[in-house]
Design a protein around this ligand. Structure first.
Ligand code: ADP
Length: 496
């Protein structure tokens, strides 16, 4: 099958979160299954053209956004460690900036223009590239307009595009790409689509809805999240629409890049180790304590790597900190995000210098070092579509402590008596969204940490889990088959 991936970030070219990991890894797994897959993303300033060998494709497209006509040039490279072709949409005015979506915590005011150009140019470049995908797979709101254009726009009626089945993946329903109605014209979609059964959302333009109404198949990144988003609690106002489309909605757990996250080969680590030979892990812990200026002692070392956002439950941690710091634990935090949390964590780090180390940066090498050096890994998320770090943790023999939501519920098996007996337990799971519940879970972890045989079993069981992309890639291929089948059986709805 020929598949075009549209993603606003792709590892290792540009990354702010889990979407980039998925967009950089899933195409490789699909290619390994024999599919012909290409990726398209914006050409941001951050992308090192020389390092990745970007070259001009010799294709220029002109797209309209409201009254403006914007010229975009196409560049091409290969996804490292693969043969997957990646195209880049170049528009210096739109993408040659310090941030991907925002600067200093403020979204760029012209984000609708930016991603309308991205979505349209990603499709418009195809005839010139002489490459006609059967499936166009958009990811998150930044790519959602492409699905809407194919399904409901005049472009989707053109013979070259009419055969393409749009598929859409929600990586995080909380980010919907909302814009004032005055900007509707920038989408270049037919006027009547600004309606409740189109992209209108409480008087605003909702880009994500373009994916949800336009796609033949909708996926999200874990089975539990697929259920949760159909409820008012997690539906972010779109639960009704998602319930209406539940027949076409599938939850597919993200895999992880098991080469990038491999304690046996990881170049970022002080020492390497494997499930049967874990001495290196103690050296990694020591190295982490040294780099973080924490005392070199045997207390439970807990790691945390995340966007500092309310979603991730950082407020629960802050609320629990006084009590937490009375326990025999050390805590290393790596994250960037909301300035409020930056200040709170900086203050706390000064108060507890022997127990708490805070790194308010984005640092991939340090992320690897924390995954390897920590004994346990904390994810107290309010909601979590999939979550990757709990899987990285298990692979590194680092025991996850998570809240029972979304993908965390699907990947971590709590240490219950039954799970202990069947040797399937991999971590500590708590229910309630509260600092008290978080604290209780850490206390359980401390107790288990002192039970050497149990702790060893938890580490080993986690390290033996298979989180590779193969199985997920096959599930995506099934979704593509079904979408294509539906698309050919039922002719497209005409632009309204
Ligand atoms: P989300 O996409 O909601 O941010 P995920 O758990 O799906 O959360 O993915 C987050 C990814 O970003 C992981 O690969 C994680 O290691 C990485 N990450 C997040 N914050 C940082 C940071 N400050 N430094 C390095 N890596 C980070």
């Amino acid at each position: 099958m020929k598949i075009l991936f549209l993603a606003s970030e792709v590892d290792p070219f540009a990354k702010t979160g889990g979407l980039a990991d998925v967009a950089g890894a899933l195409p490789k797994a699909l290619a390994a299954l024999g599919h012909d897959i290409r990726i398209v993303m914006p050409l941001y300033r951050q992308i090192d053209r020389a390092k990745f060998g970007l070259r001009e494709a010799g294709v220029t497209v002109i797209v309209s956004v409201g009254p403006r006509r914007i010229e975009a040039r196409v560049w091409t490279a290969t996804l490292p460690k693969s043969a997957v072709t990646v195209h880049f949409i170049e528009s210096a005015a739109l993408f040659d900036r310090d941030g991907l979506y925002q600067e200093r915590g403020k979204d760029y005011p012209d984000n609708l223009t930016r991603f309308s150009v991205f979505a349209q140019a990603s499709l418009r470049m195809l005839p010139s590239l002489r490459w006609q995908p059967e499936v166009v797979h958009g990811h998150d709101w930044q790519a959602a307009l492409a699905c809407a254009h194919l399904a409901r726009g005049p472009l989707g009626q053109e013979p070259f595009f009419a055969s393409m089945a749009p598929v859409f993946t929600v990586h995080n329903l909380a980010y919907q790409g909302l814009f004032p109605r005055e900007q509707w014209g920038l989408t270049q979609l037919p006027e009547p689509l600004f309606a409740i059964d189109g992209l209108e959302f409480y008087g605003q333009v909702n880009c994500l809805k373009g994916g949800l109404i336009g796609a033949r198949g909708i996926t999200t990144v874990s089975p539990t999240y697929a259920q949760e988003i159909q409820t008012a609690e997690f539906g972010c106002g779109l639960d009704g629409l998602l319930r209406a489309r539940r027949e076409d909605l599938t939850g597919i757990l993200n895999g992880i890049d098991v080469e990038e996250w491999n304690p046996q080969t990881d170049p970022h680590l002080a020492a390497r180790y494997a499930v049967e030979e874990r001495a290196g892990k103690s050296l990694c812990k020591l190295a982490l304590q040294q780099s973080q200026r924490l005392p070199e002692q045997h207390d439970l070392l807990i790691g945390m790597i995340q966007r500092l956002a309310e979603q991730k439950g950082i407020d629960l941690l802050v609320g629990a900190m006084e009590e937490l710091m009375k326990l025999p634990v050390q805590l290393v935090i790596l994250g960037t995000g909301d300035p409020v949390y930056h200040q709170q964590l900086e203050r706390l780090a000064k108060r507890f210098p022997d127990r708490l180390a805070v790194n308010l940066t984005f640092d991939n090498a340090l992320a690897h070092q924390i995954e390897a050096g920590a004994d346990a890994f904390l994810m107290p998320s309010r909601f979590e579509p999939c979550g990757l770090n709990q899987m990285y943790s298990m692979r590194f023999g680092t025991v996850p402590i998570v809240r029972r939501v979304g993908g965390l519920a699907d990947t971590v098996v709590d240490v219950t008596p039954a799970a202990k007996a069947s040797k399937t337990a991999t971590g500590f799971v708590f229910e309630e969204h509260s600092s008290r519940a978080l604290l209780e879970a850490v206390k359980r972890t401390v107790t288990a940490f002192n039970d050497h045989p149990l702790w060893t079993l938890l580490m080993q069981t986690g390290m033996r889990q298979d989180f590779s992309w193969g199985r997920s890639a096959r599930a995506y291929a099934d979704v593509y088959e079904r979408a294509l089948h539906d698309h050919h059986r039922h002719p497209q709805p005409l632009a309204r």
